[in-house]
Design a binder for this molecule. Structure first.
Ligand SMILES: [Zn+2]
Length: 185
């Protein structure tokens, strides 16, 4: 059975403190996809989201960020920036895996929902295949896809529904995901 994993489509990554160039556009496309025939055809048994939810993530935040390993403050727990983009239908999610309270946590597989990890939750729902989309291609999507493969899931990346921080790095990340065994759709 297949699940859809929507990575970090949160305000700060779309039009907030760490906005990606195409964040708002991709959020609208994912929102449309959530109510599309294509989504019905894909027959997802579960639809989940991941969300950055930082409290004190250490060196992940910096006043002088390099935008590779350190970042301006973003998705601080309890703020508007952590909320899903308005175009996203959060009612559709079977679970939201929050991550990064005290760490960088790029991968959704570092997240938890009701004390359950994403991998355990998916396995207990008999999910073997994942489709992944969201933000950012070169960071949290990349890490989530690579961890999904390591956890033994069959992973496809919905390349029309991802936004990068840096477009060249985004393309490199997609190539890396494909080399690791992901299918690029
Ligand atoms: Zn973060």
């Amino acid at each position: 059975m297949r699940a859809l994993v929507i990575v970090d489509v949160q305000n700060d990554f779309c039009h907030g403190s760490l906005a990606t160039e195409r964040g708002d556009e991709i959020a609208a496309l994912i929102g449309a996809f959530q109510h599309s025939e294509q989504l019905q055809d894909n027959g997802y048994a579960r639809i989940v989201a991941t969300a950055d939810n930082h409290i004190d993530p250490g060196a992940h935040f910096s006043k002088n960020p390099d935008f590779v390993d350190s970042w301006p403050a973003h998705c601080v727990a309890g703020t508007e920036g952590t909320q899903f983009h308005d175009e996203i239908d959060a009612q559709q999610f079977d679970a939201v895996f929050t991550k990064g309270e005290y760490s960088a946590a790029y991968s959704g597989f570092e997240g938890s929902f009701k004390d359950q990890s994403l991998a355990d939750w998916l396995r207990s729902a008999d999910i073997t295949h994942l489709d992944v989309c969201g933000i950012a291609t070169d960071h949290c999507v990349r890490a989530t896809v690579l961890d999904g493969l390591k956890e033994g899931f069959d992973v496809r990346v919905l390349t029309g529904l991802v936004a990068a921080v840096d477009n060249a790095r985004g393309d490199e990340a997609l190539a890396e995901m494909e080399a690791a065994g992901a299918e690029l759709l």
